[in-house]
Design a protein around this ligand. Structure first.
Ligand code: NAG
Ligand code: NAG
Length: 345
C-alpha cells in the first residue's frame, strides 16, 4: 500500500491508540460503519473513533463540513461513508477533498472469489485526480441560456497524480500505467495530462506506460478489463470508470477505496453510492466499507489486524452462506457482520 503520510507523524493517543475521524455520512453510511465499529471492537483494534455527523441532506442537522475538516486536520486519518450530493447545491464530498487537498483517489477493482461477476481475471487499480479537472466548480451563466463550465488542468496536479500512480505501481509490483484522456478533442487540457503521465513515466524504467482515449477505455473495460493494471485519470473519467469497474465485479457494495493527500488520508468505499433507497433497512453490503477500513489499518501499520479482518470478510463471501441482497442473498447487514465475527473468533 502506498503511504502518502509518514506514519511517525500520526498523532497517537495515550496507550498507543490512534484516533480516527469517523464520518458515517448519509444513506447506508451509519449501518456499514456500524459494522466496522463492531468488528474493530470485537478485535480490540487500537483505534478510538471521533465521530463527525455531517450530512449532505437538507435539514439533516448534525454539524457542518468545518467540523469534519477540523477533525481530519487533528487526526490525519479518517473513515467515511458517502455524503449525499443534491443536484442543486454543492458537494460536501468534493469540498472535503479540496479543503484538505486529498488529491489522489485510489479504487481497487478485483474479482472476489464466490461473488458472481460477468468476467473473471479482473484486477486493476484506478488512480483518479480528485481536486481539479471537471470538478473545479467554476461554472457561470454568461448570458441567460449560455453556461460556461471551466475544466482546469495543471501540470503540477497532473504530475503529482502521475507520480502517485507510478509509486503505487512500483510498490505493488504492477507493470503498466495507462493514462486515460480525451486528448483527441481536448487537445490542450487532456493533452497536458496525457503528456505529463508519459513524462513522469520516464522516471520509472521498470513500468510500462501507455494511454487510452476514455471512450475506448470504457469499451475495453466492459469487453477486456483483464488488460488493465493501473489506470490514471482526471477527475470525471475516474468516477465513470470506477462505476463501470464496480458493476464488473458485483456492485458498489464490494469496492474499497481511499483518498490520499500529502498530510491526510481518508478511506471510503471506492464507488461512491449513498444508498438512500435502502437506508435503515439493514440490507446494505458492508464489504466495501470493511475492506476500506482494512486499507486504513495498513496505512496505520496495523497490518495483522488488517489481514485478519480482510481475510475473514473474503472467507464469508466465498463460503456464500451469508450474503446481502445486492449479491443475490437475503441476509441482513447484521447477519453478514456476525458471520465475519464468527470467522474471526
Ligand atoms: C482501443 O484499445 C485497444 C486495447 O487497448 C487498442 O488495441 C486499440 O488500438 C484502441 N483503439 C483506439 C482507436 O485507440
Ligand atoms: C442467510 O439467509 C439464508 C437464506 O435466506 C438463511 O437460510 C440463513 O439462515 C441466513 N443466515 C443467517 C446467519 O441468518
Amino acid at each position: 500500500m502506498l503511504r502518502a503520510v509518514n506514519r511517525a507523524v500520526l498523532p497517537k493517543k495515550y496507550g498507543g491508540k490512534y484516533t480516527v475521524s469517523l464520518i458515517p455520512g448519509d444513506g447506508i453510511g451509519a449501518e456499514i460503519t456500524d459494522s466496522v465499529k463492531t468488528i474493530f471492537k470485537d478485535q480490540n483494534v487500537p483505534i478510538e473513533w471521533e465521530i463527525v455527523d455531517v450530512s449532505g441532506l437538507e435539514n439533516a442537522g448534525g454539524c457542518g463540513i468545518t467540523e469534519a475538516v477540523d477533525s481530519l486536520k487533528r487526526n490525519k486519518v479518517g473513515l467515511k461513508g458517502i455524503l449525499h450530493t443534491p443536484t442543486t447545491g454543492k458537494s460536501l464530498n468534493v469540498a472535503l477533498r479540496k479543503e484538505l487537498d486529498i488529491y489522489a483517489s485510489l479504487v481497487l477493482i478485483k474479482n472476489i472469489p464466490g461473488v458472481k461477476s460477468r468476467i473473471d481475471g479482473i484486477d486493476f487499480a484506478l488512480v483518479r485526480e480528485n481536486t481539479e479537472g471537471e470538478y473545479s466548480g467554476l461554472e457561470h451563466q454568461s448570458y441567460p441560456g449560455v453556461v460556461e463550465s471551466l475544466k482546469i488542468m495543471t501540470r503540477f496536479k497532473s504530475e503529482r497524480i502521475a507520480k502517485f500512480a507510478f509509486d503505487f505501481a512500483k510498490k505493488n509490483n504492477r507493470e503498466l500505467v495507462t493514462a486515460i484522456h480525451k486528448a483527441n478533442i481536448m487537445k490542450l487540457g487532456d493533452g497536458l495530462f496525457r503528456q505529463t503521465v508519459k513524462d513522469v513515466g520516464q522516471d520509472y524504467p521498470g513500468i510500462k506506460v501507455n494511454d487510452l482515449i476514455v471512450d475506448n477505455a470504457s469499451m475495453q473495460a466492459v469487453a477486456h478489463p483483464q488488460q488493465f493494471d493501473v489506470l490514471v485519470t482526471p477527475n470525471l473519467y475516474g468516477t465513470i470508470l470506477s462505476n463501470i469497474g464496480a458493476a464488473l465485479i458485483g456492485g458498489p457494495g464490494l469496492v474499497p477505496g481511499a483518498n490520499f493527500g500529502r498530510e491526510y488520508a481518508l478511506f471510503e468505499p471506492g464507488c461512491r453510492h449513498v444508498g438512500l433507497s435502502i437506508k435503515g433497512k439493514n440490507s446494505a453490503n458492508p464489504t466495501a466499507m470493511i475492506l476500506s477500513s482494512a486499507m486504513m489499518l495498513r496505512h496505520l501499520g496495523l497490518n495483522d489486524h488488517a489481514d485478519r479482518i480482510a481475510s475473514a470478510t473474503y472467507e464469508v463471501l466465498s463460503d456464500g452462506q451469508v450474503r446481502t441482497p445486492d449479491i443475490g442473498g437475503s441476509n441482513t447487514t447484521t447477519e453478514f457482520t456476525d458471520a465475519i465475527l464468527a470467522k474471526l473468533n
